[in-house]
Design a protein around this ligand. Structure first.
Ligand SMILES: [Zn+2]
Length: 239
């Protein structure tokens, strides 16, 4: 299994397609149960990720909203949510994605961590704000900023995510840095850049950002490129 280190001070990484038991079109390390893959293969793949993490992993199932779930036991089955947070040592959280933006957060002030799935609609609805607020709540004190670090995983880039002009205008009105154009000049959205901007506005520092585009890299899953396909995951372990 080849993973991308998230560059945070805790155990945190992003998976790729490399390794895994899934057959095409999900080959190989598909971590999603809802895409039509063989459940036994997904279970085997998730076990491999847990071994790599060194802890049982709770995977979130996103619904493109702003629901945040607190996970309190290692290996707990997560409810449907767009962000998972925990401050329990040994709990590992994972956000799956294929073009949408997986985000991992670590609060050095409390040791709490979060895994977030931010697609276009989740970003627009405020999932990043919700996840950061949940982490700050876990401090139990005043809402101080600082000591929150973030890592943004592979996602569709601003050159590949073509959208209708009206949709670009709607998202860019709230997230100006999302405004982008494709290589041929048609309207596009840059979700990773908008995510980075919002995390910085909320006081996250440092912010590590993968520049890998899911559409452009065959070693990553891309829903936009392939339609029926698997999902990678961003995984973070609470220290
Ligand atoms: Zn791209």
């Amino acid at each position: 299994m080849r993973v991308i280190d998230a560059g945070l001070d805790v155990r945190a990484f992003f998976t790729t397609r490399d390794g895994g038991a899934s057959a095409p079109p999900f080959a190989g390390l598909n971590l999603a149960t809802h895409v039509g893959d063989d459940p036994a293969a997904v279970a085997s793949n998730r076990d491999a990720v847990a071994r790599h993490a060194g802890a049982p992993v709770t995977f979130l199932t996103a619904e493109h909203g702003i629901a945040v779930a607190h996970i309190t036991e290692p290996g707990q089955v997560g409810p449907t949510a767009d962000a998972l947070v925990t401050n329990v040592p040994g709990v590992a959280l994972a956000a799956i994605a294929a073009d949408c933006v997986p985000i991992l957060l670590h609060d050095a002030a409390s040791g709490a961590v979060a895994a977030v799935h931010a697609g276009r609609e989740g970003l627009f609805a405020g999932v990043i704000d919700a996840a950061v607020a949940a982490l700050i709540d876990l401090r139990g004190g005043p809402r101080v900023t600082g000591k929150l670090s973030a890592s943004i995983g592979p996602a569709v880039c601003g050159r590949c995510y073509e959208v209708p002009a009206q949709l670009r205008a709607r998202v860019a009105a709230r997230h100006p840095s999302a405004l982008s154009s494709t290589r041929i000049g048609t309207p596009a959205l840059d979700l990773p850049r908008a995510v980075e901007t919002r995390l910085a506005e909320l006081g996250c520092h440092p912010i590590v950002r993968s520049r890998l585009c899911t559409v452009e890299n065959e070693n990553l899953f891309s829903h936009r490129r392939d339609g029926v396909t698997g999902r990678i995951a961003g995984v973070i372990v609470c220290p």
